[in-house]
Design a binder for this molecule. Structure first.
Ligand code: PLP
Length: 361
């Protein structure tokens, strides 16, 4: 990015590029790991009823602490992970990206550590908030090298250590026993282990929320954008020790989560059984898509999420990406040479993808 000299932009921002997955028209949109199943008519009705109910109170500020929504989120997590969290262990914000930003604002002194390739927003938000980002590496198959990660934590002593599981863009999950080892190391250096579980519902691995009682320095980030098919509403949350939530209240902007968002999200959580049904459908479709890709002679990285990273094609990744787009299929070039990432779509989208791909490889 080149900035004019009159603009007094912070020098540490001048070289950064904004987040920008292409938002272009396509028949099959399989590039940002969205859920292809839009809200059912019943859910859409429940959301609009809930929004109607708060519409007549919009002259007032929302509940600053979003207590009703956090209560529902706590109940959902407790039900799924057999935990006993209360409102004081949950924090909600406008997407988990805002949660990540708040974590940096509250705790981002010194360094933060992550293991690339992983979610590109972790380093970007670190840099924007003025925290130095240390890039740890992964095994050549993109799985996490836990022993290497433990050494890096103890050597670098980061204030925040990020683990994404299942990892985006590679798809693999980290076992709960490895997360527990990482939590021990982070405890030794007095940091926080931030476990980004944006895709947890698509994985069989137990959630790191089950570690929080014994490891209060474990913070788990979740989102309604993926499994809950709610990306447009912008709702993310964290599960943590009460003290972490207290720190979130310090750095959040007043009334950050609108009444409309709180009402809509609460209504959507009431439909969790229906929404988790679509998650099962997507897991089945993911398995089929892996078979179809392998049937075309391609290789995939094992995925516990709603997307697949694949390789083994002859063209350069950017060329295959644009050839697919020409055929109406939008997937993601995540910047790993020789690899592309595809989000699991609905039946028609997955068919369109495989059929377009079969003409190209
Ligand atoms: C999609 C994604 C998020 C979600 O961000 P929201 O702001 O909640 O939409 C967070 N972390 C990872 C790793 C993701 O892939």
């Amino acid at each position: 990015m080149s900035w004019p000299t009159w603009l007094p932009i912070r020098s540490d921002l001048a070289s950064l590029a904004p987040y920008g997955a292409p938002q272009v028209k396509a028949d099959a949109v399989l590039n940002t790991n969205e859920n292809p199943y839009s809200p059912s008519p019943e859910l859409a009705r429940a959301i609009s009823d809930a929004v109607f109910d708060v519409a007549s109170t919009l002259n007032r500020y929302p509940d600053r602490n979003a207590v009703a929504l956090r209560q529902k989120l706590a109940f959902y997590i407790n039900q799924r992970s057999s935990t006993s969290f209360s409102v004081s262990n949950l924090w909600a914000a406008n997407g988990s990206n805002e949660i990540i930003q708040s974590l940096f604002l509250a705790f981002g002194k010194g360094n933060a550590l992550g293991f690339t390739p992983s979610y590109s927003m972790h380093p970007l938000i670190a840099k924007v908030t003025g925290t130095k980002w240390i890039e740890g590496s992964r095994n050549s198959d993109y799985s996490l090298n836990t022993d290497e990660a433990l050494i890096q934590i103890l050597e670098q002593k980061p204030a925040l250590t990020f683990i994404t599981t299942p990892n985006n863009p590679t798809g693999g999950a980290v076992s709960i026993s490895d997360i527990s080892k990482l939590a021990d190391a982070v405890k030794e250096i007095n940091g926080l282990l931030v476990v980004d579980e944006a895709y947890a519902e698509f994985s069989d691995e137990p959630s790191a929320v089950t570690l929080i009682d014994a490891h209060p320095h474990v913070v788990v980030i979740r989102t309604m954008s993926k499994a809950f098919a709610f990306a447009g509403a912008r709702v993310g949350y964290l599960v943590s020790a009460k003290e972490v939530v207290d720190a979130m209240m310090l750095v959040r902007l007043p009334y950050h989560l609108s009444s409309l968002t709180q009402a809509a999200a609460s209504a959507a959580i009431d439909f969790k059984e229906e929404l988790l049904g679509f998650v099962s459908t997507l897991i089945t479709a993911r398995k089929q898509l892996v078979k179809d890709l392998e049937g075309l002679g391609l290789r995939t990285i094992e995925s516990s999420a709603n997307f697949i990273l694949f390789t083994g094609f002859k063209a350069e990744a950017p060329k295959l990406w644009s050839d697919l787009l020409e055929r109406g299929v939008l997937i993601r070039d995540v910047g790993i040479p020789g690899y592309l990432r595809v989000t699991v779509g609905n039946e028609a989208e997955n068919k369109a993808f495989i059929s377009a791909l079969s003409e190209l490889v």
